[in-house]
Write a protein of this length. Structure first.
Ligand SMILES: [Zn+2]
Ligand SMILES: [Zn+2]
Length: 345
């Protein structure tokens, strides 16, 4: 008993510390790209032609401004759930995995599908991706796009700095006046320390960008990806191997990307995503994706599967109709979803 209260106390202290450290982490996150932009002003004494200098300068300021705007949006936009009573029944019976009647024990509120409770924020977050100390906030339904654009513009800026820094280093190294004769000593220390931090940060940003791109392509959150990677992918029974979990929300690459950016032509601007469905319902894929059918039946070509268009917003009302189409689509296939066999004939 004492042991568990001790652990609780320690956990509380740690989350308190993380909470208090937030503003400092934000300060250093802003400081880093600001340092790079300041340093890059010194790199411009390379006596290059004006065109390349203009492109260089434009890239530096644009990526900096966009990164800072995305950062501000990521910090300020919250993904908290809305006050609604937990529904007794889920109308979307189309998939046995789609359960939307959970409640959060901490908040005493409805916890819609894809929602998770964040112990650091102390609240439930819609389509929670992860709690990010960099933004002192949770990444979720409404700010995932801003967070993604933040990592994208930071990566562009970091790569730009790394390249410019390397070019300047080479220029000084080859200079006939000697390496240290161009700037003050302070500049060299400042440059060295910034680069020391920036190069590993740049590698980390590249990894983060690639990882989140793969999440967008698969319409997954970090939490879902971690869960799925433990149980594997694909849903059809194959050579009597145990059935694995499926990604319910994967509706195809283009569809996933378009949904992530809220079908906006201005996807590159960090606006808040405001969805039609208030974050309590999510469009889901048909019972099984085309890829799964192909894995199950390698002879089957994509063209042979009837290309049906589904209006996912209307599934609620047209459940029987949808099921009839799904039955037609997957007839003669044996589908197994997490141990439950679905009869489609
Ligand atoms: Zn909660
Ligand atoms: Zn959080």
């Amino acid at each position: 008993m004492i042991h568990s209260s001790d652990r609780n106390h320690r956990r509380k202290k740690l989350s308190q510390f993380k909470h208090q450290a937030g503003p400092f982490i934000i300060f250093f996150t802003v400081l880093m790209p600001t340092n790079c932009v300041i340093l890059e002003q010194f790199f411009f004494d390379l006596k290059k032609d004006s065109a390349s200098e203009l492109i260089n300068g434009f890239l530096v300021y644009l990526s900096y401004a966009m990164a800072m705007w995305s950062y501000y949006q990521s910090i300020t936009i919250k993904n908290y759930t809305i006050d609604k009573a937990t529904p007794n029944q889920d109308n979307r019976r189309i998939d046995p995995l789609y359960k939307n009647t959970n409640s959060c024990l901490q908040c005493n509120k409805w916890k819609p599908i894809r929602t998770h409770h964040c112990s650091l924020c102390g609240k439930c977050n819609l389509k929670m991706d992860h709690h990010c100390p960099w933004i002192h906030n949770c990444v979720g339904l409404r700010n995932h796009r801003c967070f993604y654009l933040f990592t994208m513009y930071m990566t562009i800026g970091a790569l730009q700095y790394s390249y410019a820094s390397w070019v300047y280093f080479r220029y000084l190294f080859r200079s006939s006046n000697g390496f240290f004769s161009h700037q003050s000593t302070f500049f060299y220390i400042y440059w060295f320390l910034t680069s020391l931090v920036l190069y590993p940060v740049c590698a980390m940003l590249c990894f983060l960008l690639v990882y989140h791109t793969s999440l967008i392509i698969n319409n997954q959150t970090t939490l879902e990806q971690m869960e799925n990677s433990q149980s594997g992918n694909g849903c059809c029974l194959q050579n009597d191997r145990p059935p694995k979990s499926i990604n319910l929300f994967n509706r195809g690459i283009l569809s996933n990307i378009a949904w992530f950016f809220n079908y906006s032509y201005f996807w590159f601007l960090p606006f808040q995503n405001i969805y039609k469905q208030d974050g309590t319902q999510y469009p889901i894929a048909p019972l099984c994706t085309i890829q799964d059918i192909q894995i199950y039946n390698p002879q089957l070509q994509i063209g042979q599967i009837p290309d049906q268009q589904f209006d996912f917003d209307k599934i609620d009302q047209k459940y029987e109709e949808y099921l009839a189409i799904a039955k037609q689509k997957y007839k003669n296939k044996r589908l197994v979803l997490i141990g439950k066999e679905i009869q489609l004939d």
